[in-house]
Write a protein that binds this ligand. Structure first.
Ligand SMILES: O=C(O)CCC(=O)C(=O)O
Ligand SMILES: [Fe+2]
Length: 279
């Protein structure tokens, strides 16, 4: 897509699909990592308590709500193939453009790999009504972009009907009307949390991806994921980009050897403001 068209669609709809964003070789390597850690998908928690994740080095098992499967948080610490995603050429320039990195800098707020099986889903969250500061979405006539958070969701497997695709409401990042499912006592809330998969929400559209495609979207859009009704597991990765002032969501630490190994560009995205310590 030519730049002007892409900018127009991103502004209008709040998302883009980047086809063949990740190479088949990298996909195979990332899927190999999941296969090698399948024991953590079958038994993700310590003592069966989902608030107690398990550690694989600096990678940590986690989930948001109970039905959304297993998130391998801090996946960037799982090896070189995941490090490449930090500033992947398929999306990094777009993320920098819309966040307006020359002014706001760039950081990664959260990075994780999700494995989600039958019955798994995410309820709807976000929307233009939400007063959460990183859900800013501004592009005024001046051409000055200022997007507070961009999610890049990479499909590691094909995601089609019944697979629990990401579901979103195109254009809802600009909606001042509150989605009926996000209304409580006449006021808008950030997340539904009511046990309903996003796929059944008014206006929601499932976005189907081929393995290797990436869904690039503003976190401000009303979104979640449809229920997985097929057998098997959906595998995906999310990297969330924000201005450098938005720091790591769960404050996962990075191993020293990783920080030392990274290129200066990658290190600056993962740790945009190095700690200051006395000599
Ligand atoms: O898992 C999905 O399909 C949606 C993920 C999501 O809500 C997010 O990355 O913000
Ligand atoms: Fe989300």
């Amino acid at each position: 897509m030519i730049d002007d068209m892409r900018d127009y669609y991103f502004d209008l709809r709040g998302y883009l699909v980047l086809e063949n964003a990740v190479s088949p070789q990298d996909l195979a390597e990332m899927n190999g990592w999941v296969d090698d850690h399948w024991g953590h998908v079958e038994q993700p928690w310590q003592d069966g308590d989902r608030r107690q994740g398990r550690w694989i080095g600096h990678v940590h098992t986690h989930n948001y709500q109970g039905e959304d499967g297993v998130n391998f948080q801090n996946i960037v610490a799982a090896g070189a193939v995941f490090e490449k995603l930090i500033d992947h050429p398929s999306w990094i320039d777009l993320a920098k453009k819309y966040i307006n990195a020359p002014i706001n800098g760039l950081s990664i707020h959260e990075n994780f790999l999700t494995v989600r099986g039958p019955g798994g889903y995410l309820y709807i969250h976000c929307g233009g009504h939400t007063p959460l500061f990183y859900l800013t979405f501004r592009h005024q006539y001046t051409g000055a972009w200022m997007v507070g958070q961009i999610n890049v969701l990479i499909a590691l497997t094909d995601i089609g009907p019944g697979d629990g695709a990401t579901a979103l409401i195109p254009g809802s990042h600009k909606s001042t009307e509150i989605h009926p499912r996000l209304l409580r006592d006449g006021k808008g809330i950030v997340a539904d949390g009511g046990g309903q998969p996003a796929g059944t929400a008014l206006g929601a559209q499932e976005v189907y991806l081929k393995a290797g495609d990436a869904l690039f979207f503003t976190d401000a859009i009303t979104h979640g994921s449809a229920e997985r009704t097929n057998d098997g597991f959906r595998r995906s990765i999310v990297f969330r980009y924000s201005p450098r002032y938005v720091r790591e969501r769960f404050n996962y630490e990075l191993p020293d050897e990783l920080l030392e190994r990274l290129t200066p560009e990658r290190r600056a995205i993962l740790r945009p403001i190095p700690p200051r310590r006395p000599d």
